[in-house]
Design a protein around this ligand. Sequence first.
Ligand SMILES: Cc1ncc(COP(=O)(O)O)c(C=O)c1O
Length: 430
Amino acid sequence: METRLPLFPVTTKIESGKLTIAGCDLGELAREHGTPLYLYDRAELDRPASLYRRYMSESWPGNWSVTYAGKAFLCGWIARWACEQGFHVDCTGLGEIAIAVHAGVPREQVLVHGVNKSDEDLLAAFEHAGTIVVDNLSELKRIVRLRETSKFPIPNLWIRLLPGLAVDTHTYTQTGHSESKFGLGPQDFVQAVAFCRENKLPFNGIHFHQGSQFHDPAPLGPAIDSALDLALELGMGDEWHLSPGGGWGVSYHEDDLPHPSIETYVHFVTTKVREGVLARGLSTPHLHVEPGRSLVARAGVALYRVGTVKQSAGRRWVLIDGGMADNPRHALYGARYSALTVEQRQGGTLQPVWVAGPFCESGDVIIENLPMGDIHEDDLLAVPVCGAYHLSMSSNYNGARRPAALLLENGRAKMILARETTQHLLARET
Ligand SMILES: Cc1ncc(COP(=O)(O)O)c(C=O)c1O
């Protein structure tokens, strides 16, 4: 089972036969806060953040920024943490903007995404954002219309390029292929920029995002070339921004270890852009990267209580108290997870288990065919690499109350998101 430990945060240990994270006793946390419970290890958040800073500053000769993709996991604490790291915060729409503003993220550090932004989203972005990444021409027309009524200046506008090139990942998380709903192909992009210039809109950046959870940076190469060709055609001038998005992956299962290296990713992007800029005689852009998962996924561990262990048609089912309502990733993409029991019993033979939740869907399974030793009802099960696209994608299916999240540091736990209660559910009743 030691092979699974590298999936967990750096501070994870087995002490007196029990799994601990950041010196915290997980059994005590479960008793105090209930389960399912999401645990974020502070050290494992800070580690990749400092790697991004280090490799960007070492390998990019000009200005650079890291933008935390808030869609991976957003709450006030994490937005403030991203700011403290010197990062920008990417918000998709009014709701995420409200969380960032409530957390005190300064306007110049808020970047707004969205493929079909509403008037409300755009007006909130005018008021609170430093940059809007525009998806299409209709959005630009809407911005011109709203400019008449808003008392706030229009933030910097970047436009999202659809490079027509996929990265190697699940089809549902590819976004750069030509059939994707996101962004504009190069010809439409040129027209959109002409519209900006005619209407005196502050266009100054090219953005693309090819997809999420990829481990091979090579497909970014031709997309960067396409963005730089476009920059040349558009005459981007001395101060311009280039963002090849985010999407760098992590390993969810011991079979996929080691984790993809942040250094490999950053060096690939910076080298490719530097060479491309030189070859075209372009001025050095302000370079952005936009990671979500590779910053927060490994820091997060989901803690569940086992309610039932049963055998059915040759399968050993371990039924836990959470599932697709807090982790829809297996149901959505067939994502493969691993797990360890908090109590590490010695001996016992490994047998495959299927770990499933309490929800009324056969698809409510989070782990299939995972070798596990002894596991009993009332045990605690810790699932690693749960920090991204879990709570942010969680639902109230079957009346589920979304779990609490705790931040663990130096033997102490601090609540950063409260558990929902039935009162929260009933608050929407009319
Ligand atoms: C525009 C954009 N940027 C960045 C990201 C972050 O991706 P990841 O969390 O895989 O790094 C996403 C994720 O979907 C995205 O849509």
